[in-house]
Design a binder for this molecule. Structure first.
Ligand code: F41
Length: 343
């Protein structure tokens, strides 16, 4: 079929969004982390050491009649959070929402780091970045989207993620019921293999001037490059912006102990508006209350962790799921652009 849609299910605290993928013959359905910030499709499999498994569903290679080993090929990836995985490569049939790619490279994990072992819900990662950063050696492999492109109605996919409830990824079409306003587009620079774009600055929360007539909040021109990364939970942006934001929140502080900005859970958080070209991406304050710091005191938590944190240490900002929960996003490879719309 020329288009498809697949449900994106949020895990606890929306830390990641998993979608079902059919692999092999007969089809084995695995829940994978759809990640526009990487370009490897890798899975826990019958080759993953027993002590590195943690209850994940596995790609049982020997049970698929269409699995073929890609000889002399290996892969190895390290993510921004320091997690890692590596292994062997197979070609097999992959179907997402009814769209099939026959010889899709499936990277089988023979080694995974602890954060993957401890995440029972995710059977692997489904990369949706550019093929140039695929880690298979000696011959780089293509992503599912890249392989499916010629059979799709339109050369694009969209992300429609939600807070604490399922959303969806669509391939090959834009569903106008998933957003409210017009879509604003910005050019993509794929030089580093990411869906990279330029943001022009920010403003903070519909701060009326208290006299009843609301003045439009001041635009601060802190321009920065950014990547659209559905595999990252938070919105990681330049420290001066994060500082300016939390300075508006009584009791907020940057905690070295916790590792980021925290604030009183009962605080009223202002909206954060990221300006991208002429588009104003409003991130409602409630999305910036990410989670209680100490989860085993969840019901009486007093300290909460910011959904917006500093991107210092990275060569670009990382617009993750906190951003996508507020903006319908189009990833358009035909026109090499990203589209954003309110929802
Ligand atoms: O690592 C990732 C995303 N990654 C996607 C695939 C699964 C494992 C996590 N994001 C990330 C990017 C920058 C970071 C960070 C996390 O923690 C601190 O800085």
């Amino acid at each position: 079929s020329r288009a498809c849609s697949v449900s994106a299910v949020p895990q606890l605290f929306d830390v990641e969004y998993l979608a079902p993928v059919q692999i092999g013959t007969p089809p084995q359905t695995l829940m994978l982390n759809f990640d526009t910030g990487s370009s490897d499709l890798w899975v826990f499999s019958s080759e993953t050491p027993l002590r590195q498994r943690g209850g994940q569903d596995l790609y049982q290679i020997e049970d698929s009649s269409t699995a073929h080993r890609l000889g002399n090929s290996t892969w190895s990836i390290t993510y921004g959070d320091g997690s890692r995985s590596s292994g062997n490569v197979y070609l097999d049939s992959v179907t997402v929402g009814g769209v099939n790619v026959f010889n899709q490279a499936i990277e089988s994990a023979t080694k995974v780091s602890s954060s993957f072992t401890n995440d029972a819900a995710s059977s692997g990662v489904f990369g949706l970045g550019f093929d140039s950063i695929n880690t298979v050696s000696p011959v780089k492999q293509k992503t599912f989207f890249s392989n499916a492109l010629e059979s799709l109605e339109m050369g694009l996919f969209t992300a429609n993620l939600n807070k604490a409830e399922p959303g969806n990824y669509n391939f090959g079409f834009i569903d106008p019921t998933e957003f409210t306003g017009p879509i604003s587009f910005v050019d993509v620079n794929a030089t580093r293999g990411f869906w990279e774009f330029e943001a022009t600055g920010f403003s903070i929360g519909g701060g009326g001037n208290g006299t009843g007539n609301s003045t439009s909040p001041m635009f601060v021109p802190v321009g920065h490059s950014a990547i659209a990364d559905t595999g990252t939970s938070l919105l990681l942006i330049p420290a001066p912006i994060v500082q300016a934001y939390f300075w508006q929140v009584p009791g907020a502080q940057s905690s070295a102990r916790v590792g980021g900005w925290v604030f009183p859970c009962n605080a009223t958080l202002p909206d954060l508006i990221m300006h991208i070209g002429t588009y104003k991406a409003v991130i409602p304050g409630e999305l910036i209350n990410y989670a209680p710091v100490d989860t085993d005191s969840f019901d009486t938590a007093t300290v909460c962790y910011g959904g917006v944190q500093s991107s210092s240490g990275f060569p670009f900002a990382i617009y993750g799921d906190v951003f996508f929960k507020a903006q319908f996003t189009v990833f358009d490879v035909d026109e090499m652009r990203l589209g954003f719309a309110p929802k």
